[in-house]
Design a protein around this ligand. Structure first.
Ligand SMILES: Cc1cc2nc3c(=O)[nH]c(=O)nc-3n(C[C@H](O)[C@H](O)[C@H](O)COP(=O)(O)O)c2cc1C
Length: 292
């Protein structure tokens, strides 16, 4: 028996998790829903964790998920990350986190998918306020979805064969240097907090400081108070107060609220207004609402 656990904001990781689950005849579970239980447990011998890469590492919710997982040392664990630019060493970092829990990743795979976050401007002027949503070229998206379908059998064969040892990664030296010099929890964290418009200080490491990046969200006058943002948020980080969404600062920064808003009324600083929203074409709003 195989359990496939996933976390997603815009559906890329759900589409990947579904395909893997169908091939392996496994059971699909949403990580935010699992986290509502005191302990997470399964009879399955193999578990597969599917998640998006955030800021070159794995999302904070994945750390909470593995910490809560009962008898994780007895499981064969595989992971699949989706990413827009590069998987970096996100899978290796997950392996390290598991090593601290006296277990290991048996294998880790990466899947290139459309990028759903903001990226820096070409010019340095107004650097911190102007991170923009990336426009995803349709042809390129189709190519990425096809490449995933071509890669799928390879991953399935690996997992079915109980193979171990393969962890996909890129830019290993640079990424490891970031950790050696502690630049993720200093420079990278400070930069992103500033981009999000957070004015305070925090001792939390980058992986956790992401919860404060929701200071960057606001609504514009197109908001109809429909409440979809509240419904798609996987971690109940949005509450509608006086008909307006309020972000509660335990955000996963999945961008579901911004990307699924039917009016495109949710903005992140100055870099998202008037730009196309993205979600995986095979994933719809009820799929996302049911993902937690
Ligand atoms: C907060 C955040 C940070 C991200 N950081 C990275 C990154 O460091 N490298 C990368 O290649 N893609 C990054 N992405 C892009 C996502 O990993 C990618 O689009 C992913 O497939 C989204 O998955 P989902 O649709 O399941 O949410 C980031 C996305 C978000 C929302």
């Amino acid at each position: 028996m195989t359990d496939v656990f996933y976390f997603t904001g815009t559906g890329n990781s759900l589409a990947v998790a579904r395909d893997i689950c169908d091939e392996l005849n496994g059971r699909l579970s949403a990580i935010p829903a699992e986290l509502k239980q005191e302990t997470i447990a399964t009879e399955a011998e193999t578990i597969i964790i599917v998640f998006p890469v955030y800021n070159h590492i794995f999302p904070f919710i994945i750390r909470r998920f593995i910490n809560r997982f009962k008898d994780i040392v007895e499981k064969r664990i595989y992971a699949v990350c989706t990413f827009g630019d590069s998987p970096g060493i996100a899978l290796e970092l997950l392996d390290t986190a598991l090593k601290e829990m006296r277990t290991r990743l048996s294998g880790g795979f990466s899947v290139k998918m459309p990028y759903n976050y903001v990226t820096p401007p070409k010019s340095f002027k107004k650097f911190f306020g102007r991170f923009k949503l990336r426009e995803n070229d349709e042809k390129e998206q189709k190519r990425q979805f096809m490449a995933w379908k071509e890669k799928l059998p390879e991953i399935i064969k690996y997992i079915r064969g109980n193979e171990t040892g393969r962890i996909e990664r890129e830019y290993v030296l640079i990424e490891r240097l970031l950790d050696i010099l502690n630049l993720r929890d200093t420079l990278q964290k400070k930069t992103w907090l500033k981009i999000a418009g957070y004015r305070g200080k925090t001792d939390r490491p980058l992986i956790e400081a992401v919860q404060l990046f929701d200071y960057g969200f606001h609504t514009d006058d197109k908001c109809t108070s429909c409440g979809i943002c509240e419904k798609v948020c996987p971690v109940e980080n949005i509450s509608l107060e006086n008909s307006s969404p309020r972000w509660l600062h335990h955000c996963e920064q999945c961008f579901a609220c911004l990307q699924w808003c039917p009016e495109h009324a949710i903005q992140f600083r100055e870099g998202t207004k008037g730009l196309e929203r993205y979600h995986h074409p095979d994933i719809n709003l009820p799929d996302i609402i049911n993902s937690h």
